[in-house]
Design a protein around this ligand. Structure first.
Ligand SMILES: [Zn+2]
Length: 171
């Protein structure tokens, strides 16, 4: 997916933030950052790799890498007695995995790498138009992306306007 990662991260973080009002800001920051984190590999793709490898083939687009990273961070937090921050690890991991689920719709994602090379790609977007991105913008999956933006935008505006009546801070 192109543009829906960020609003999807918002929608994912929202219930966690509502349940943990004292950490809401940190939860949203983590969720939003992690919802786009795998795509930071585009910097490497364009600037260093010179577009030789599809960026979905980099290890930051493999779920097992993130599972191991999240487990390591969770372990360190527990060892440091900072269990209250585990919710951030959970939100971060789920946001990254959601990114990969969304990428699996129209791109190749190797869900079991390095143990298997199975590639998950639910919809093959045909190369009909030029430039290449028009193939995605004019595909029905892009309507799905706009829907995600609409829902997130609606809820975001509603939350922003609503006075924080429920947040007693008793967490
Ligand atoms: Zn991606």
């Amino acid at each position: 997916m192109f543009i829906a990662h960020l609003p999807a991260g918002y929608l994912l973080s929202r219930p966690f933030a509502r349940r943990n009002p004292l950490q809401a800001r940190a939860i949203f920051s983590t969720g939003l950052l992690c919802s786009v984190l795998p795509d930071f590999d585009l910097v490497y793709f364009y600037l260093i790799d010179q577009r030789r490898t599809p960026h979905h083939d980099y290890w930051v687009h493999t779920p097992i890498f993130w599972l191991v990273a999240a487990a390591a961070i969770a372990f360190l937090l527990i060892a440091a007695g900072r269990r209250n921050q585990l919710v951030l690890v959970a939100v971060g991991l789920l946001s990254v995995l959601l990114h990969l689920v969304m990428d699996s719709i129209a791109a190749d994602i190797r869900w079991f790498f390095p143990f298997a090379d199975l590639r998950v790609n639910l919809v093959h977007v045909q190369a009909v138009y030029k430039p290449w991105y028009l193939n995605f913008l004019l595909h029905w999956t892009f309507a799905l992306e706009l829907m995600i933006w609409l829902v997130a935008g609606y809820l975001g505006v509603r939350d922003f306007r609503k006075p924080r009546a429920t947040g007693t801070g008793a967490a």
